[in-house]
Design a protein around this ligand. Structure first.
Ligand SMILES: [Zn+2]
Length: 327
């Protein structure tokens, strides 16, 4: 399904060798080395390096060669830069903490980061790492995941998050994913969406706004921003919302669409339009509320679209509410 070869993002990565549908399991991989995190925080303590050298000496020749080929100027650096935090699923069902261990997965270590990734990885209680596509991936396209702890971070904050993940900083020259190498204007729009998503996330967990409506807005805007719901942080938010309010965000989105009223003047952002995809992400406001005579469509007048001086009729599922109208 993929080959490990030259990447446009960084060094080598996973390149799809066929078209992959969304939600396709791509690889399950066993952990190669498990290393306690403690010694990694103390690079000058010889006991950490001694333990690591012992672990490496137990590997097969092929495994050792693959491990030594990973990014990093020293053995400890390679483990830090390429390791995956192993989660104790029994102790930490939300998946936000760690077991204080890093796992090295030789193939998964080659997955590059993207700020709008098309796949996600997760390890289970047996430390098997599964990589699953989150969007359709075309043959020849790079398969990417997110390394971020906070996937809603704006451009500048993502840079500092990534810096902190690199042991000596040597191999980090700024994110070169398609979003971070986009024109400034594109990044500004993305940053605005991410600030709004962070606000929604806080409201979902601590605010007083209707959770049902927020869930729909949150998930719709995640999709417009090109972020899968499985991302770290978001997945934990979904579990928390389920725990605190009994709302299953994975199924709630569609169920609550009917209950949203698109009143006159409501600000909306368009998404999931197949016939006119160029309008996805555009904003406007409702001029004709939901009308059963017009096949249940809503009349929307778009902002800043020259050839659309008249309202266009759209289905509610192609609209995402904007609350405070300042976008
Ligand atoms: Zn990026």
């Amino acid at each position: 399904m993929f080959r490990i070869s030259d990447s446009d993002i960084h060094g080598i990565g996973w390149i799809a060798t066929c078209n992959i549908r969304a939600d396709t399991p791509i690889l399950d991989e066993k952990v190669c080395i498990r290393m306690p995190l403690g010694p990694l925080y103390l690079p000058n303590d010889p006991s950490g390096l001694k333990l690591l050298q012992e672990l490496v000496s137990n590997l097969s020749e092929d495994q050792r060669t693959s491990l030594l080929a990973l990014d990093g100027i020293s053995l400890l650096d390679k483990i830090w830069t390429n390791g995956h935090c192993l989660i104790d699923h029994d102790v930490d069902p939300l998946g936000v903490g760690t077991r204080k261990e890093l796992g090295i997965y030789l193939k998964c270590a080659r997955l590059n980061h993207c700020c709008q990734p098309n796949a996600a990885r997760a390890s289970d209680k047996d430390d098997i790492m599964s990589v699953v596509s989150q969007k359709p991936i075309a043959a020849g396209e790079e398969i990417t995941i997110s390394y971020m702890d906070d996937n809603l971070a704006v451009t500048a904050d993502r840079e500092s998050q990534m810096q902190s993940k690199i042991y000596v900083g040597k191999f980090w020259e700024g994110c070169r994913c398609h979003l971070c190498t986009s024109p400034e204007e594109v990044k500004k729009v993305s940053d605005a969406r991410r600030r709004r998503l962070s606000y929604y996330r806080d409201e979902l967990l601590q605010g007083t706004m209707s959770k049902e409506v927020l869930v729909t807005e949150f998930l719709s805007l995640m999709e417009v921003e090109g972020l899968p719901n499985s991302l770290m942080g978001t997945a934990a938010t979904m579990k928390m919302v389920n725990l605190l309010f009994g709302i299953d965000m994975r199924t709630a989105s569609q169920n609550t669409l009917d209950s949203i009223s698109f009143d006159k003047g409501t600000r909306v952002v368009l998404h999931k339009l197949k016939a006119r995809p160029e309008l996805n992400g555009k904003t406007g406001f409702v001029v004709h509320p939901l009308n059963s005579k017009a096949n249940g469509r809503v009349g929307v007048l778009l902002d800043l679209v020259e050839d659309t001086s008249k309202p266009i009729a759209l289905k509610p599922e192609n609209l995402c509410l904007i609350r405070d109208g300042n976008r």
